[in-house]
Design a protein around this ligand. Structure first.
Ligand SMILES: Nc1ncnc2c1ncn2[C@@H]1O[C@H](COP(=O)(O)OP(=O)(O)OP(=O)(O)O)[C@@H](O)[C@H]1O
Ligand SMILES: Cc1ncsc1CCO
Ligand SMILES: [Mg+2]
Length: 269
């Protein structure tokens, strides 16, 4: 069974301060950059096709989030994906709204043809839609429980050769050998936009420094969940919770993470 020391991984992130190149959506850009800074990483947002290849060269990892697409952005995402894969840099793909529109579905096919992400992180509806299962995607919020996406995630993991992380009440992280269940967090996290996008950005930060993609995805889910719980202790409404969550990302100690994380790891298959 896999041994993981998440506190040490968090410490390593803060010591190494990886540069995370984000091509993400207009809704969450500012919050995501602040979350990456708060946890101890260094964010850069850059989507122009003219510069993404150079930026990927500087970064420790790339996060592609398809939340608010346009044709020019897709061109930038595709170029960045190719460059990251050529350079061996980890890529996190957040398939926001997968299954909702033809444009999103076609874009995801294009990106997956351009390269293989290290981690795909989405909610259950998105992961099920990406796997070709008839999910019930309406927009960007899930209509399914995370555990309902397990088979889809296992299929994507096998077919694409990447880690698949499904967020929700329990976060389910599917790797080639193991499946991790992380049951921290608070339901208020669904009342604020962009918590999933933040989870993907953190997965990018951890992917830049962790020994493997599975550990990176687990660390991101654990930090999200534990900080969600800590933030809720002092802030019960969405506005103050959002600010408190950033504070907890920066004040969370490695020991606190190890103490509070609720994780079960099983063999995959
Ligand atoms: N019911 C819940 N209880 C506890 N934590 C939750 C719950 N639902 C979601 N979370 C946590 O909230 C974060 C975001 O997950 P969610 O599934 O809402 O992402 P998402 O749908 O992609 O969000 P968005 O698209 O708004 O960014 C994750 O860290 C997840 O663990
Ligand atoms: C609300 C919303 N719409 C497109 S992207 C986004 C942010 C959460 O995914
Ligand atoms: Mg999302």
């Amino acid at each position: 069974m896999i041994e993981m020391n998440l506190g040490t991984t968090l410490l390593s992130l803060r010591n190494q301060k990886p540069l995370v190149h984000n091509i993400t959506n207009f809704v969450v850009m500012n919050y995501t950059a602040n979350a990456l800074l708060a946890v101890g990483a260094s964010p850069v947002m850059a989507h122009a096709p003219e510069e993404v290849e150079e930026m990927v060269g500087l970064a420790g990892s790339l996060v592609i989030n398809i939340g608010t697409l346009s044709s020019t952005w897709v061109e930038g995402m595709e170029k960045a994906m190719v460059a990251a894969c050529q350079l061996g840099k980890p890529v996190v793909l957040d398939p926001v709204g997968a299954g909702a529109t033809t444009f999103r579905n076609d874009t995801l096919l294009r990106l997956l043809a351009a390269g293989t992400p290290s981690i795909i992180r989405g909610n259950a509806s998105e992961i099920m839609a990406l796997a070709g299962q008839q999910g019930q995607t309406r927009g960007v919020d899930s209509t399914q429980f995370s555990t309902e996406g397990l088979e889809s995630a296992q299929m994507l993991c096998r077919q694409l050769g990447c880690v698949v992380s499904i967020s929700g009440e329990t976060d389910v992280v599917v790797g080639p050998e193991s499946v991790a269940y992380i049951s921290n967090g608070n339901p208020i996290m669904t009342r604020i936009t962009g918590m999933g996008c933040t989870a993907s950005a953190l997965a990018g930060a951890f992917a830049a420094i962790a020994p493997n993609a599975f550990e990176a995805a687990v660390a991101a889910a654990a930090v999200m969940g534990v900080c969600g719980e800590l933030a809720y202790e002092g802030a019960h409404l969405p506005g103050s919770f959002q600010m408190s969550f950033l504070d907890k990302l920066s004040s969370l100690s490695p020991a606190e993470l190890d103490e509070r994380v609720q994780i079960t790891i099983e063999n995959n298959g």
